[in-house]
Design a protein around this ligand. Structure first.
Ligand code: GLU
Length: 447
């Protein structure tokens, strides 16, 4: 590995030893970059990598709010504006009890390269809070969102930083956040947030975009192998917004999704999860915020509590829940079961050991920053529509999303194909994402 890259990784691991997820992603990205960094000695002279691993700005703030019983709670809010070289900061907000600075920085760093891959002019950011929306009333969620935005609004704007959703932040939360932003700003700047409802500037296909995009990416991967998705069984993890889009698009393209998972466990439905079952899942999650176990009860299929679906036999795995949900042993189990491809709907769902297992077994492995870039891509298209004050048809948005995902795939193949023809998608995505950010930073001087 390049000495320069090695030094920066070591420095990050020493300085941020208490931020394990952040160190994990920095090591994963930088260790792919050796050859390009060595080919550009000018990068080291201007401390390019040292600058790239420090966010341009971290905003950490207090979010006090009152519950329905009049009790006061205080959460921590974050916005990590990681890299703004190629456009306004862009990335989601995550509301989950596990949120901390390490998770925010890992997601913001990943987002920088993901956003670069989309070919759209957007920089990288992430934010959120350790607030847990589960079990909260609508009013409590509204008051929390208002308190959160009361601080955040001064740091964002349509040309400054454009947040969206992530885990725990969907259409309802974006609505409350926008209402408060509009009130505080005193102007109608609906390009400040994406993932909005249709009635105030949201884009068609945005809710399904991450899942659709992940399947379009997978389709390109299969096509490159002279294969198709037709008839393939797919193990999907998660049952939120990403998983819904994934399941819908897989079925449309003739594949058979057979598993889904929630925090409580997973279901295995060998008959496949069709449109009707998908509608039920959406109702389950949206209306009752229920658990996946209820699916097994309704359709009489297998439910395994407290586990992930990676022991079930499937041709393809599509982890679409959260980070580090496939470890080394589970990866070995997937390989032993004959899985041919793993495509990540979630951010960093595979541990470094799991990635090594897939790559050593020459499994097609598509990392999240490429495979799940469809969500932020349609967010970028929502920004374009807001700037134009027009809205596009679902066909137009979908066609653009499809083209973006194919383009990302092509770029990954360009930078990731190894001597024996195996496409190292990790290397491809990291180098392709990095090159655009690096060029912009070099051109903009030492800032
Ligand atoms: N949270 C999503 C992601 O991880 C979407 C971000 C956005 O739309 O800005 O890419």
């Amino acid at each position: 590995m390049s000495k320069y890259v090695e030094r920066v990784i070591e420095d990050v691991k020493t300085k941020y030893a208490n931020e394990p997820e952040f160190c994990q992603t920095v090591e994963e990205v930088l260790s792919s970059l050796g050859p390009v960094v060595d080919a550009h000695p000018e990068y080291e002279k201007v401390a390019l990598l040292e600058r790239m691993v420090i966010p341009e700005r971290v905003i950490e703030f207090r979010v006090p709010w009152e519950d329905d019983n009049g009790n006061i709670h205080v959460n921590t809010g974050y916005r990590v504006q990681f890299n703004g070289a190629i456009g306004p900061y862009k990335g989601g907000l995550r509301f989950a009890p596990s949120v901390n600075l390490s998770i925010m920085k890992f997601l913001g760093f990943e987002q920088t390269f993901k956003d670069s891959l989309t070919t759209l002019p957007i920089g990288g950011a992430k934010g959120g809070s350790d607030f847990d929306p589960n079990g909260k009333s609508d009013r409590e969620v509204m008051r929390f969102c208002q308190a959160f935005m009361t601080e955040l609004y001064r740091h964002i704007g349509p040309d400054v930083d454009v947040p969206a959703g992530d885990l725990g932040v969907g259409g309802r939360e974006i609505g409350y956040l926008f209402g408060q932003y509009r009130k505080l700003r005193g102007a109608y700047e609906n390009g400040v947030l994406t993932g909005k409802a249709r009635s105030f500037g949201g884009s068609l296909i945005r809710p399904e975009a991450t899942g659709f995009g992940a399947v379009y990416y997978l389709e390109s991967v299969m096509k490159h192998e002279h294969d198709t998705l037709e008839g393939k069984t797919v193990a999907v993890a998660g049952f939120g917004n990403v998983a819904w889009g994934v399941v819908q698009k897989l079925s449309e393209l003739g594949a058979k999704p057979v598993t889904l998972s929630g925090p409580d466990g997973y279901i295995y439905d060998p008959d496949g999860i069709d449109r009707e079952k998908l509608d039920y899942i959406m109702e389950l999650k949206n209306l009752y915020r229920g658990r996946i176990r209820e699916y097994a009860e309704k359709y009489g299929c297998k439910y395994v509590a407290g586990a992930r679906p990676w022991g079930e036999k499937a041709d393809i795995a599509l982890p679409s829940a959260t980070q580090n949900e496939i470890n080394g042993d589970q990866a070995r189990q997937l390989v032993a079961n004959g899985v041919m491809a793993v495509s990540e709907g979630a951010n960093m769902p595979s541990t470094p050991e799991a990635i090594r297992v897939f790559q050593e077994a020459k499994i097609l492995y598509a990392p999240g920053k490429a495979a799940n870039a469809g969500g932020v891509s349609v967010s970028g298209l929502e920004m374009s529509q807001n700037s134009e004050r027009l809205s596009w048809t679902s066909e137009e948005v979908d066609a653009r999303l499809h083209a973006i995902m194919e383009n990302i795939h092509q770029n990954c193949v360009k930078y990731g194909t190894e001597a024996d023809g195996y496409v190292n998608y990790v290397k491809g995505a990291n180098i392709a994402g990095f090159m655009k950010v690096a060029k912009a930073m070099m051109a903009q001087g030492i800032v």
